[in-house]
Design a binder for this molecule. Structure first.
Ligand code: NAP
Ligand code: SF4
Length: 677
């Protein structure tokens, strides 16, 4: 492996008894795969990443016992059969040249179960179940179960374990007074509160012997009031080292923190500075994490002395070959994780199997395969948006001759609008990646061309990915000069007045509102601005890294009112793990929201609305500009013409279903079609 491109990232790491081939850790992710009990499938997921060059993989969290599982029935190593099953994974990873550690995750009060346990009976704001307070015997049992999980992991062939001590889980709950109200030897002073994590590390080390990787995931910035100070973090890290940890990994923020920590609007490497503060204070390697998604970002973090190693998790869903591509000088071919959470965490939290918006094969390695074709065909794809690009690239890589047409003069379709939103800058990289892949796959690109039926007759297959057109909400007065569509605003950058009414509070209405309240540098591109906006401070100054002055966003650039007809909380249908961030961000910018409205008419004064079915309370929303974000309808005219001419075509993406149109569905549908063409 060449070290010249990324000398820090690709340098081996000597742990004494074993050596990691580079500085890349695939961080723990709960994919739901283990729960399928399809062990060859789980094994292939990890093995593909090991083949892709990552040095050390950490599995999703495994429960040490029933009460510590994230939910009832969460995976763990309970029986001899479980150990055998996990051996399928470890064998596959070792065969692929990789190393793998099992994460032991005790959820404590975060467990979605009436049997959850914790240091004190303090209910978590993100779980309906108040935890039971553990007595001395109960604590001993938890330690013993964690130790047993570690020895079983060793028996199953893992190279190590990661003890989850951050993100507000069980061990973390002992550390801070917010959740630990005890007065015995496990509570009170800081020394007492860190007794449990230290005891766990000490006893795990004792049980597994010296030649087994023991990672301790330590919360370096809790982002909750009463969280740890930096001095306390250092003290814990030093004690954990003494107790026998091999590596310290970084945890950022409790799950109940009201600061986004991994969403797309979080700046890249936003928390590397937190890990850096620990460097030089312990003798063992330290890993940093969060929003590191490209090799140059990772290299920068290491070169800057922020850590000895980087942890990336979601980027390995987006591209299993991340490390190999970086080492081969093909970083521009790495499918970028855009930190959207749409197919990974949002799935996990809805009880669905994890996948990835940009890579539908993630966690589907054995069921969605792109085998080289034995019968190369000529394929025409009309539409260079997410659906068309996804289909075209996979089909071309399988050996087909692909031509993609688009009437626009650039590829990307609706993705080009996402690119314009402050906080969604990652979409720029996604469209650039598509452009690069179109090139490497040898696709013929015909931009500025709208083919007709006759132009398509010669192709073996025709794929219609013509997308959507904005829905016409038919509001009296909408033809006035003060009315724009979201396309005018986001794509054509039409001038918008200071007071704006946004019609429609779906994903695009929220995006447009975000676009309109910002001016100048996006906080996602400016870490200091972002930290101020969300109230993140230095844990050396403020406990938990929570600024006492709270979030201090810049004043909104415009006065925006966001409206919808449905009588429900606006933004309720946004992503499960990101909706709260969008709602909080707009609230900080004083965006007014109104639900259950009727749009009566638009005139030069603004938007006239009424409320409820009885159309009561006529009100004028004074606005200089009204922006229509009323959803979309499928653009099927070419599909209909082809059908009339007797030419069979595949219709995908927004052209197929506009309702719930999103990039995840479009890309997934394109990938599945391309796999069988
Ligand atoms: P959408 O989510 O379907 O929302 C359409 C909005 O228009 C709704 O608020 C709807 O609310 C309103 N509406 C529907 N028919 C209307 C009519 N005849 N007159 C007035 N208002 C009407 O569509 P979108 O916002 O255009 O987004 C399209 C898709 O892009 C989304 O489904 C989403 O998947 C994707 N996207 C996602 C994100 C994200 O954050 N993940 C961001 C942008 C886009 P009422 O019917 O209650 O008025
Ligand atoms: Fe990244 Fe989105 Fe894929 Fe999750 S779904 S791995 S956040 S690109």
């Amino acid at each position: 492996m060449s070290h010249s491109l990324y000398p820090h990232l690709l340098a081996p790491l000597d742990l004494g008894f074993t050596t990691l081939r580079n500085r890349v850790l695939m961080g723990s992710m709960h994919t739901g795969l283990e729960e399928t009990k399809d062990w060859p499938r789980v094994a292939e997921f990890y093995a593909e990443r090991a083949r892709g060059g990552v040095a050390l993989i950490v599995t999703g969290g495994m429960a040490p016992n029933a009460e510590g599982g994230v939910f009832p029935g969460a995976a763990g190593l309970y029986t001899p059969q479980d150990i055998e099953n996990h051996r399928v994974i470890t064998d596959a990873v070792h065969e692929a040249g990789g190393k793998i550690a099992m994460q032991i995750l005790h959820a404590g009060r975060y467990a979605y179960s009436p049997d959850c346990v914790a240091p004190s009976p303090v209910k978590s704001p993100i779980s309906p179940f108040p935890p039971k307070e553990l007595d001395e015997e109960g604590i001993e049992k938890q330690i013993a179960d964690i130790v047993t999980a570690a020895t079983r992991a060793q028996e199953a062939g893992y190279d190590g374990v990661e003890v989850m001590g951050s993100e507000g889980y069980f061990l973390n709950q002992f550390i801070v007074t917010h959740t630990n109200k005890r007065t015995d030897r496990w509570g009170g002073s800081y020394e007492n509160r860190i007794r449990l994590p230290i005891e766990v590390v000490r006893r795990v080390r004792e049980a597994v012997g010296p030649e087994f990787i023991l990672i301790y995931r330590l919360s370096m910035i809790d982002l909750i009031p009463e969280g740890s100070t930096h001095a306390e973090v250092v003290q814990l890290a030093q004690e954990v080292e003494k107790a026998g940890a091999t590596i310290i990994n970084t945890g950022i923020g409790w799950h109940e923190a009201r600061v986004p920590t991994i969403a797309t609007s979080v700046p890249r490497k936003a928390f590397a500075w937190v890990t850096k503060k620990l460097m030089g204070k312990v003798g063992i390697p330290v890993i940093t994490s969060n929003r590191i998604n490209m090799p140059d970002v990772a290299e920068e973090v290491l070169a800057d002395g922020c850590a000895d190693m980087v942890s990336m998790a979601r980027p390995f869903l987006a591209d299993a070959d991340f490390v190999n591509k970086a080492a081969e000088g093909r970083a521009d071919q790495i499918a970028p994780c855009i930190a959207c959470n749409q197919a990974c965490l949002d799935h996990t939290f809805s009880g669905k199997l994890t996948s990835c918006l940009v890579n539908p094969r993630a966690c589907h390695e054995t069921v969605l395969t792109y085998a080289p074709t034995e019968t190369p065909k000529s394929i025409a794809i009309i539409g260079a948006g997410a659906a068309g690009l996804s289909t075209g690239i996979i089909a071309a890589e399988r050996g087909h001759r692909v031509t993609i047409f688009d009437k626009a003069d650039q590829i990307g379709g609706q993705l080009n609008m996402a690119k314009a939103i402050p906080g969604k800058e990652e979409f720029i990289g996604l469209v650039d990646w598509y452009a690069r892949m179109v090139e490497t796959a040898g696709i013929t690109l015909r931009l500025g061309v709208a083919p007709g039926v006759e132009d398509l007759r010669g192709f073996d297959e025709v794929v219609i990915a013509t997308g959507v057109t904005p829905r016409d909400p038919q509001i009296p007065g909408q033809d006035g000069p003060n009315v724009l569509s979201y396309v005018d605003v986001l794509l054509h950058k039409a001038p918008v007045g200071k007071r704006v009414a946004v019609i429609g509070a779906g994903g695009i209405g929220f995006d447009v509102a975000e676009f309109l309240v910002h001016e100048g540098e996006s906080p996602t591109e400016d870490l200091t601005l972002w930290k101020t906006e969300w109230g993140v401070s230095d844990p050396a100054r403020d406990r938990g890294g929570v600024a006492p002055e709270g979030p201090r966003p810049e004043a909104p650039a415009r006065q925006v009112t966001l409206l919808q007809r449905k009588n429900e909380k606006p933004g309720k249908r946004l992503g499960k793990t990101t909706g709260w961030i969008h709602r909080a961000a707009l609230k900080m910018k004083q965006v007014e929201m109104a639900a259950g409205v009727n749009y009566e008419r638009i005139d030069e004064k603004g938007l006239h609305i009424s409320l409820g079915e009885a159309r009561e309370n006529p009100t004028l929303i004074e606005a200089d500009t009204i922006v229509l974000c009323a959803g979309q309808v499928s653009n099927r005219s070419l599909a209909d013409e082809l059908e009339a001419a007797g030419i069979e075509a595949h219709v995908i993406g927004g052209a197929d279903v506009a309702a719930e149109l999103d990039a995840k569905r479009a890309i997934n549908q394109g990938a599945h079609l391309a796999a069988v063409l």
